[in-house]
Design a protein around this ligand. Structure first.
Ligand code: ARG
Length: 495
């Protein structure tokens, strides 16, 4: 049946399918990946379009999927071998294709409401490249994944997911699909609840977001930067103010990082895979700053530069390599702790998990590792299940300090995942004990002012926010109501 459908779809490339079963989650490039997907021997490109040292590094500890026509595989294999590529990780995919821009036409993966993996295709906006356009369908059949086609006219170079139901592009999809409700389609096929789109600030002919911005985590975006004298300064800063006003999937502002590109250097066109960042370099004296910019955005990731003669501003490293997610992973979702303006008794870590396989979560493996500046080693605390989330508390801190932490989760098949994949989350904590329950205004006194605050909260005339919500829940039953008022009155009366 699948075969028939496949032949049908190939023959009539008018190919919209039903959408996947909701809720849908699209993978991000920075999610844990099984490997990289590159091309060799395309009709128009010929070679890899990538430097051999990059290809070698990509193959070290992840698979290297190489799209190569059967007739070119021999040459391809020799080249890889002669350049010390880790041949154990090479996976050939024998399909004819037009170009080496795998990121632009390659397979974008989702996990659907049945926890099944699928490829969601679009209509590649280069109508002359029919072979490239057919690749996602060919691969879905090759790997036996569900296949969906939205038929939106789109391009992977202009399609970027944040891993938690958000995506970003230039505004091109609206112009390319005048008769479609693009946002609705993005929701139906990719589970995109918030589609961030802004005008291409470079005004490039292809309007690809991968030449100016990149999600580096569900909470962080890196955006290129030019000096105030640059003729594109206003447009690029417009992208920044756009993202300053967008909320991430946790309803918080995006953390914005910048990479300096005064001559249009394609540093935003970097590739992230499993704890490493591959940055195109060789453009100017700003190569080093670009590497530092990624290091700042992704602490303890391994960031390396790759030089190559035919990387250009509108077409560099990331255009020619895309990731294939790891479908054995335990997906870890976590809204990282923000800097805290006051001392706290504890810092609650809340984690959601989705196991892509069905081995079952190993509860004993669920840990938060944390340390402050006074500690040399991370110490671990156990995550405990409570109403669909796993929770643990980092305790109050002994002095003002940065706190670093990461999360680990394993399944019963012995697999362990980590978030972030490399490095840590960090937040700033004030030292000393936090405030007593009932000290809602945090003035170190529990008094009549705190009663007023709770009463106004209960009457909804002036709701309490932030940490005050914890301090107002005096009987710790997760609601703030008249019982908390009784409790605080009794405390003040000394009862
Ligand atoms: N000339 C190529 C095209 O228009 C360039 C592709 C650049 N890719 C990218 N992801 N920015 O298809």
């Amino acid at each position: 049946m699948k075969k028939l459908l496949f032949i049908f779809l190939l023959t009539f490339s008018l190919s919209e399918t039903d959408p996947p079963i909701a809720p849908i989650s699209a993978f991000a490039e920075f999610d844990i990946s099984s490997g990289s997907f590159i091309s060799y021997g395309s009709y128009m490109g010929g070679g890899f379009g990538l430097p051999m040292n990059l290809i070698r590094d990509l193959s070290i500890d992840a698979l290297l999927y190489v799209l190569v026509p059967t007739s070119s595989q021999y040459n391809c294999n020799n080249l890889l071998q002669n350049n010390n590529v880790n041949m154990e990780n090479v996976v050939y995919l024998n399909y004819n294709h037009d170009t080496y821009w795998t990121k632009n036409f390659g397979p974008y993966f989702i996990v659907d409401g049945n926890n099944e993996i699928g490829i969601v295709d679009f209509q590649y906006d280069r109508p002359d490249r029919i072979n490239d356009n057919a690749i996602p369908l060919q691969l879905a059949s090759h790997w036996n994944y569900n296949y969906f086609d939205s038929d939106i006219i789109h391009n992977g170079g202009n399609l970027m997911f944040n891993g938690i139901n958000q995506a970003a592009s230039s505004t091109l999809p609206y112009n390319a699909n005048p008769n479609l409700d693009v946002n609705q389609m993005m929701f139906d096929y990719y589970g995109i609840e918030q589609y961030h789109t802004v005008e291409d600030p470079w005004n490039n002919y292809h309007e690809h977001i991968d030449c100016w911005a990149k999600f580096v985590s569900p909470e962080k975006i890196i955006i290129c930067q030019v000096p105030a004298s640059h003729y594109r300064y206003a447009e690029i800063e417009n992208v920044v103010s756009f993202y300053q006003n967008q909320e991430n999937s946790f309803g918080e502002p995006y953390e914005i990082y910048r990479v300096y590109t005064p001559n249009g250097e394609p540093y935003a066109n970097s590739y992230i895979m499993n704890g490493k960042v591959y940055v195109p370099i060789g453009f100017s004296q700003y190569d080093d700053e670009a590497i530092e910019a990624y290091q700042l955005a992704l602490p303890e990731y391994e960031v390396s530069g790759y030089q190559y003669g035919n990387f250009i501003s509108t077409d560099a490293l990331n255009c020619r390599v895309m990731n294939i997610p790891d479908f054995e992973a335990i997906q870890i979702y976590h809204n990282s702790i923000n800097d805290m303006p006051v001392a706290m008794n504890e810092y609650e870590i809340i984690v959601k998990l989705n196991e892509l396989t069905d081995y079952g979560i190993n509860e004993n493996s669920l840990k938060v590792y944390w340390k402050n500046q006074y500690m040399t080693e991370y110490t671990s605390i156990q995550l405990e299940y409570f109403e669909n989330t796993y929770n643990a508390n980092i305790p109050q801190q002994p002095g003002n300090t940065e706190v670093r932490y990461f999360i680990e989760a394993g399944n019963l098949n012995g697999r362990t995942d980590r978030l972030p994949i490399a490095g840590y989350f960090d937040f700033y904590a004030f030292g000393g004990p936090g405030f007593n329950l009932g000290d809602i205004d945090m003035d170190n006194l529990v008094n009549i002012n705190d009663i007023f605050l709770i009463v106004h909260h209960v009457l909804n005339t002036n709701p309490i926010t932030g940490y005050g919500l914890i301090l107002a829940d005096l009987n710790e039953d997760n609601t703030i109501n008249v019982f908390d008022i009784i409790r605080i009155v009794n405390i003040i009366l000394g009862n």
